[in-house]
Design a protein. Structure first.
Length: 410
């Protein structure tokens, strides 16, 4: 979970390094950052799982750098590690393919380069250990570039040669992200927004969860005013305000309580629905929620979360949503869960996918997951949309978004 003074993981540029074992990926990461962030060893396969680290990489700014296992790993366990390494591509925004310039470019390097190109990712081919080339450097680099049909960027993680230039080159590849807002584009200066934040066992002690933090910041950036209250104080809060709020935004878990208290002329939605709009395709997620009405006994539903938080006794994903879904449908539905980066590629076993708001995932990862579901014909919804639908207030919760309301009324 991101702290109040940190750029959220999902908002950082995602950089990942790929290559064979002992190509020097970990050494290049340490050279780029000037810190011993990755374990370096002469033993092949020291990096056994993708390891990510949030940092500031000048001149680019906030980034997350991921070191991946070697793509020439051996055995059954090695194949699992390779699969995890390829899985990192689903959220990578800049790929660095690192190889030992003295050993040359291998079939393993070509395979991952093909995967990078297939995903249309910005990338660099980085030839490490250039310091070990005593003579004819230019001839070697020219030969490699002609062989690959594109330039090779030479560096030495050991001496620092080429590292400053590599940083500049990485910064030039950074994607130009569309400026998106959670709610700020629907606000005018001095508008009043009431945020309803329940404080229960699942609430992190001493802080707010990330979507709540981001919404408050978005309201402030719009020049509007946010008032934060609990659902138990909402009625009194609304009565004490000097003017009508532009919106009431609530945690989805208390949707019903908030809807009962909020006057009908005040548009209401949830943090999770705002995240669906911000990170994914809100209209498609809303359209897919109708699959709930066709669930049958024995159907398998995947509940997926983008983070790996500690689960409480009344956890939203593993307890509350399954309970509410069974109560609504009256069906004996089966459930499986996934968390963090563990999103299944094959969704054919599932009748539907229910996903969290994705606050810890970047837009690219969310787009990949939605595309997987769409390509396989599996309906996908998110927590807020599902909960509003189950409680009969989805139309009400879509009031800030006329295009979604039109879809629901159609």
């Amino acid at each position: 979970m991101s702290g109040l003074n940190q750029t959220p993981k999902g908002e950082r540029v995602q950089i990942a390094l790929f290559g064979r074992r002992n190509a020097g990926k970990s050494s290049v990461i340490n050279a780029l950052t000037g810190q011993e962030l990755a374990v370096v060893s002469e033993v092949k396969g020291t990096t056994t799982d993708p390891v990510s680290k949030a940092m500031e990489l000048l001149p680019l700014g906030p980034v997350t750098v991921t070191d991946t296992p070697g793509l020439d790993d051996k055995g059954d366990l090695g194949q699992l590690r390779i699969q995890k390494a390829y899985g990192v591509l689903n959220h990578t925004e800049i790929a660095l393919l690192v190889f030992d310039i003295c050993q040359g470019f291998s079939e393993f390097d070509r395979a991952v380069l093909d995967q990078i190109k297939a995903r249309d990712l910005p990338y660099l081919i980085v030839g490490n250990q250039i310091d070990r080339v005593d003579k004819d450097r230019e001839a070697l680099l020219q030969r490699l570039s002609e062989e690959l049909g594109e330039p090779v960027f030479p560096v030495s993680a050991a001496t620092g040669e080429g590292i400053a230039q590599l940083k500049e080159k990485i910064a030039s590849l950074a994607p130009q992200k569309e400026e998106k807002k959670l709610i700020g584009d629907l606000l005018s200066p001095n508008d009043l927004v009431v945020l309803v934040v329940p404080i229960d066992k699942a609430a992190p002690k001493g802080r707010l969860i990330l979507p709540q933090q981001q919404t408050i910041r978005d309201v402030l950036d719009a020049g509007a005013v946010s008032v934060v209250t609990k659902e138990t104080e909402l009625k009194q809060t609304l009565q004490s305000l000097g003017k009508k709020p532009k919106f009431v935004i609530t945690d989805s878990q208390v949707f019903a309580k908030v809807a009962a208290v909020t006057p009908a002329d005040i548009p209401m939605t949830s943090f999770s629905i705002l995240m669906a709009r911000y990170k994914g395709d809100l209209e498609n997620l809303v359209r897919d929620v109708r699959v709930v009405d066709s669930l049958r006994d024995g159907d398998l539903v995947l509940i997926s979360e983008g983070c790996t938080h500690h689960r409480q006794c009344d956890d939203i994903g593993t307890v509350k949503i399954p309970r509410w879904l069974k109560e609504k449908t009256g069906k004996d539905i089966r459930f499986e869960t996934s968390s963090g980066t563990g999103f299944p590629q094959d969704l054919s076993r599932y009748r539907m996918v229910i996903h969290c708001g994705g606050c810890m995932l970047n837009a690219k990862e969310m787009a990949y997951r939605m595309a997987c579901a769409k390509e396989q014909g599996i309906p996908m919804v998110n927590y807020g949309i599902l909960i509003a639908y189950l409680q009969g207030i989805l139309l009400r919760s879509a009031e800030p978004f006329p295009e979604v309301q039109a879809l629901l009324k159609g």
